[in-house]
Design a protein around this ligand. Structure first.
Ligand SMILES: *[C@@H]1O[C@H](CO)[C@@H](O)[C@H](O)[C@H]1NC(C)=O
Ligand SMILES: *[C@@H]1O[C@H](CO)[C@@H](O)[C@H](O)[C@H]1NC(C)=O
Ligand SMILES: *[C@@H]1O[C@H](CO)[C@@H](O)[C@H](O)[C@H]1NC(C)=O
Ligand SMILES: *[C@@H]1O[C@H](CO)[C@@H](O)[C@H](O)[C@H]1NC(C)=O
Ligand SMILES: *[C@@H]1O[C@H](CO)[C@@H](O)[C@H](O)[C@H]1NC(C)=O
Ligand SMILES: *[C@@H]1O[C@H](CO)[C@@H](O)[C@H](O)[C@H]1NC(C)=O
Ligand SMILES: *[C@@H]1O[C@H](CO)[C@@H](O)[C@H](O)[C@H]1NC(C)=O
Length: 502
């Protein structure tokens, strides 16, 4: 769910680096993980092979004339090749997700032996190269059958089905997996799917969509995600943790949030936005209930935890997964109090407008990596300093632009530097994953925009992979030969001999 403008990129280049001090991999703890990420639908392809059935994403992309993940990077067949590239880069960990319908066709019932084998082989391949698997159970790809049967995340039946899916994952892969993320960016998923209609099932208000109810559905879906997460976490702790010794967390999408002006109204609106965007998920996980601000504004529209549910949700996350790309401005707008259905959405409830950082005369005063540091600092101060894994951070560029992606290198250096500042100030951040390990089918942009350290030639039947400058940089950073900031990007470019240019 990332957005960037050229303005934003140039801003990073101007301001990103000057903001941080020089550092190397050795400034981070030994047991910190530096990795890169993908997700099942975006990487695997092989959409109808070996028993996999459609997820809501297959249905969504095949409706109309959109590009799709039928083949994507063909990771399903090329996983060994990709793990080799990861090993050559010196990746310490790899984040990927499990396709629910590959593992359990149709979402419920017996597991698919070929699905189990694929993930076992992938995990084995990673381990044999010394790469730590960091597994996400749910990354937007609900089994289509469950959506059709009962509406997926807006029905409490999802809790039981999700827990059964998690059970198979823990049972089959848990001996070799120490890190489980239950749900990918739960907050923005609920918003994108149930009020903004940008991701499946694409609901919004009854006025504009044939299906949906945006005043209530995002909160119902979010509630069920918290309960499903807590249920999977409980199962893990009861049945697997003592033997497998892993940890389990939920992940949220976290914009950096900064007031648009220094008016009191914008400052209060920014605090409110933090409650709506982070607190919505993190307050229940840490303290057992929704933020007071949300309860006050939403009243009966916000689901209520029973005492037992509250106890189960509280403390159910061993770590918080953070997905962060950029910082936005928040401008106050009067909270909606209308009772007309369809006349409300998450952002009107929040009573604040999100303003792209590119659209402001004061943006030059803001260094965006600073917004990332602030997010980590806020988590530390507001939620009892939870262990954090940054599960996604990266920069999108036009897919066919260039292998000399020096702006991506600048971005990564600046953001890793900002993270280091937060760690030095006490943040318990324990890992960092670049989005993405290679160019993927992007959920919002198809094949137009890419985030990869490796370029994929999607026109080539062999889907050839080629390293970008950023892969070369990450390799050097991880093997300790690149000292960030003192290292001139132009020198890096000279040493990086791309086999071809685009
Ligand atoms: C319906 O769509 C129109 C045009 O995209 C938009 O201006 C309006 O705000 C939407 N209404 C609701 C209730 O979402
Ligand atoms: C900038 O924001 C203002 C006020 O929200 C809006 O009217 C204008 O269209 C925006 N400009 C751009 C280029 O997005
Ligand atoms: C560093 O942490 C302290 C204690 O939590 C806090 O008061 C201070 O604002 C933090 N500094 C920065 C730059 O975030
Ligand atoms: C990238 O370039 C290839 C080869 O020229 C072309 O076939 C493909 O459509 C381009 N892809 C995008 C997303 O522009
Ligand atoms: C991508 O692959 C196609 C087909 O093999 C080839 O013609 C094209 O030159 C390749 N593009 C790049 C940038 O390598
Ligand atoms: C370290 O990384 C750099 C930059 O990618 C590479 O040129 C060099 O060969 C690597 N050195 C070792 C010892 O792996
Ligand atoms: C680039 O090559 C020069 C000369 O071989 C070497 O001194 C320098 O360390 C290299 N820099 C990187 C980033 O690989």
């Amino acid at each position: 769910m990332q957005k960037c403008s050229l303005f934003f990129i140039s801003l990073i280049i101007i301001l990103g680096i000057s903001y941080i001090d020089a550092f190397t991999r050795n400034d981070f703890p030994d047991d910190f993980y530096f990795g890169a990420a993908t997700s099942a639908y975006q990487w695997e392809g092989a959409a109808d092979e070996d028993g996999r059935t459609p997820s809501v994403w297959d249905a969504f992309t095949h409706f109309g004339d959109k590009s799709n993940g039928d083949i994507a990077c063909d990771g399903y067949h090329k996983y060994k090749e990709d793990v080799k590239l990861m090993a050559e880069m010196g990746l310490e960990a790899f984040r990927f997700s499990i396709s629910w319908t590959r593992l359990i066709p149709n979402g419920r019932g017996p597991a698919n032996p070929k699905g189990i084998n694929f993930y076992k082989n992938l995990i084995k391949e990673l381990r044999s190269h010394g790469i730590e698997p960091h597994v996400t159970l749910y990354h937007y790809d609900l089994p289509l059958t469950l959506e059709v049967e009962y509406g997926g995340w807006i029905d409490r039946k999802i809790i039981e089905d999700f827990t059964a899916f998690a059970d198979v994952c823990f049972r089959e892969f848990g001996d070799d997996v120490k890190f489980w993320t239950t749900i990918n960016e739960a907050n923005i998923f609920a918003i994108g799917a149930y009020t903004e209609r940008v991701v499946p099932p694409g609901h919004c208000s009854p006025i504009n969509c044939s299906t949906g109810n945006s005043p209530t559905e995002p909160y119902i879906a979010g509630h069920n995600m918290l309960l499903a997460h807590a249920s999977a976490s409980k199962l893990y702790r009861l049945k697997y943790k003592s033997k497998q010794r892993g940890s389990i967390g939920l992940s949220i999408y976290a914009f950096g949030l900064s007031p648009y002006t220094n008016s009191k109204d914008d400052e209060i609106a920014t605090e409110r936005a933090k409650d709506f965007l982070y607190g919505w998920m993190l307050e229940p996980l840490v303290f057992g209930d929704y933020p007071e601000v949300m309860k006050g504004i939403l009243g009966l529209w916000l689901p209520v935890f029973t005492e037992q549910e509250s106890e189960q949700v509280k403390g159910s996350s061993d770590f918080v997964g953070i997905i962060h790309y950029t910082t936005v401005y928040i401008r106050n707008s009067s909270p909606a109090t209308s009772l007309l259905p369809g006349d409300s959405s998450f952002f009107t409830d929040m009573g604040a407008e999100i303003i792209d950082i590119g659209n402001s005369s004061i943006s030059k005063e803001i260094s965006i990596p600073w917004g990332f540091e602030s997010v980590l600092e806020y988590m530390k101060q507001s939620y009892n300093n939870p262990p954090i894994y940054v599960l996604e951070n990266g920069l999108g560029t036009l897919h066919n632009s260039t292998l000399q992606d020096s702006e991506r290198v600048e971005y990564i250096q600046a953001y890793i530097g900002a993270m280091l500042n937060a760690i030095k100030n006490g943040s318990d951040t324990r890992g960092y994953f670049l989005w993405s390990m290679i160019d993927l089918f992007e959920l919002l942009d198809g094949y137009e925009t890419s985030y990869g350290l490796y370029y994929v030639n999607f026109s080539d039947p062999g889907l050839e992979r080629s390293p970008k400058l950023s892969a070369y940089w990450y390799t050097g950073f991880l093997n300790g030969t690149i000292d960030v900031v003192t290292q001139e990007i132009t020198q890096l470019q000279r040493n990086f001999s791309a086999s071809f240019s685009l």
